[in-house]
Design a binder for this molecule. Structure first.
Ligand code: NDP
Length: 442
């Protein structure tokens, strides 16, 4: 059942999320990244909405061509080139991997080749920038708003297609979720793992590529624009490129692990993931780099080192916490966490067909400090990206505000789901590990 609060939030997001993205990007384009000035202009009658809209670049054939080529190229890399990285990179898990058991008891297979797609794409990018010169490395920045319209078209098309597919030709009917509320179903999705054919998995493709592969390219394009405009790339821009680059590479290095995260294991595929991956992620996760094009910030050494340390420590906590759970689950608890055998709580749950499964919730390592210490690390890294931009404008801080809301909401959503799954066993776990994000506080 969909409660009124969920419905109100969904309607709010469906209407306002595209406007929020437009507002942020427009304010950089027309107001040097000031979020306040457009409002002041409108309230004082200095400008009308139509003035702002008329100044906004429209969809162009060039942008449509770039975007189509980009998505088609990622589809080809995803579908046609089986992973070869796992054959020569020690420790990397790629190739055909299994996802988690779905509520209907299905285990999907995935071709994990995201790292390869990322490497091929970036090698070509650098080859073009330094050798072939077929297009300018500032191409993304130069077409940023026309590309926004393309991303929206794809985001809406894929979400609508997923909805229709869920009703008429689902990949696995038993894993579909119908609430009967059109808006909720459109937003949160009906199908669990929609696929075309055996291998084109919507969730893995849209979550990972084109958005996340593009993330580092977008940042590189911003750095190239700084170079073009000011004759140098600032240390803040380098920090953003490096810290976010580590995060993106981490994602692809651990793509097989990603199959066991909430996005793939628990969320259905609807507008939230489809539109979010195409528009929200590439446009709002890269705001710091965009801001630095308009406001190049050269940080003092102490500040730069401080931010780098915060970012790296945050990343370490994020990665180690995720690694500890992954190791614990893969070995069924037969491993060492911080040099000792892990402690855990035994729990059980039932799938929809009535089969009983057993599971374990670890209470050692970072998982004994807080129930979502991986989110805490993620938030520290997110804050580091924002701090690179100084304190003149609030726009670059959108990311940390958003991530705090997203991850806190995710915590609550996940715990609600875990409670319905594990019942009293979950209660035992929350008594053993009472805090969610910050030990002793929350
Ligand atoms: P988690 O990796 O924390 O997975 C939560 C699941 O893990 C639970 O549903 C439960 O699943 C299992 N679990 C919970 N507690 C324990 C425990 N003590 N021991 C063993 N298993 C446990 O969450 P996410 O999938 O949301 O996040 C993965 C990472 O991705 C995080 O680091 C997060 O920061 C990051 N992330 C980043 C986003 C971004 O936009 N940048 C967005 C979302 C996530 P089960 O049913 O199997 O028991």
């Amino acid at each position: 059942e969909v409660d009124w609060f969920s419905l109100a939030s969904i309607l709010f997001l469906l209407v306002f999320a595209p406007l929020i993205v437009y507002y942020f990007i427009m304010s950089c384009d027309q107001y040097q990244c000031s979020l306040i000035d457009p409002v002041i202009d409108l309230l004082t009658g200095n400008k009308y909405l139509s003035d702002i809209w008329n100044k906004t670049p429209t969809l162009t054939y060039r942008a449509a061509g770039i975007y189509t080529l980009w998505v088609a190229f990622q589809v080809v890399l995803y579908m046609c080139i089986p992973d070869f990285c796992h054959k020569f990179l020690p420790g990397y898990v790629g190739g055909v991997q299994e996802g988690a058991v779905t509520p209907a008891g299905v285990v999907n297979k995935y071709e994990i080749n995201g790292l390869q797609a990322w490497i091929v794409t970036h090698v070509l990018w650098f080859a073009n920038a330094y050798y072939f010169h077929c297009f300018s490395p500032t191409i993304i920045f130069d077409n940023w708003i026309p590309l926004l319209w393309c991303a929206n078209i794809l985001g809406y098309a894929v979400s609508t297609f997923a909805m229709i597919k869920g009703y008429f030709f689902p990949t696995n009917a038993k894993d579909c979720k119908f609430t009967g509320n059109f808006f909720y179903d459109y937003m949160m999705g009906i199908e669990f793992n929609p696929r075309i054919g055996k291998w084109f998995d919507f969730k893995l493709f849209f979550n990972g590529r084109p958005g996340i592969v593009a993330w580092t390219l977008i940042n590189l394009s911003y750095a190239a624009k700084q170079q073009e405009l000011y004759g140098q790339v600032t240390n803040s821009m380098i920090l953003v490129n490096v810290l976010q680059g580590i995060y993106v590479l981490d994602f692809f290095w651990n793509e097989a692990w990603y199959l066991k995260t909430i996005d793939i294991c628990h969320d259905h595929f609807g507008w939230y993931l489809g539109w979010g991956d195409c528009v929200w992620l590439p446009y709002l996760y890269t705001l710091q780099g965009l801001y630095l094009v308009y406001h190049p910030v050269q940080l003092g050494t102490a500040n730069a080192v401080g931010i780098l340390m915060l970012g790296l420590i945050g990343y370490y906590i994020f990665r180690m916490t995720n690694h500890q759970k992954d190791l614990f689950r893969r070995t069924n608890g037969n491993c060492k966490i911080w040099g000792k055998k892990p402690e855990y709580i035994e729990c059980s749950y039932m799938s929809v067909d009535g089969t009983k499964y057993h599971s374990k919730l670890m209470t050692s390592g970072f998982w004994g400090w807080a129930r979502h210490f991986n989110y805490t690390g993620d938030l520290m890294g997110s804050l580091a990206y924002c701090l690179t931009c100084g304190f003149d404008h609030i726009l670059p801080y959108f990311y940390i505000v958003y991530m705090t809301i997203l991850l806190t909401h995710r915590c609550i959503r996940d715990e609600h789901r875990c409670f319905s799954k594990y019942g009293k066993d979950w209660k035992r776990y929350t008594s053993a590990v009472p805090y969610r994000l910050i030990p002793g506080l929350f």
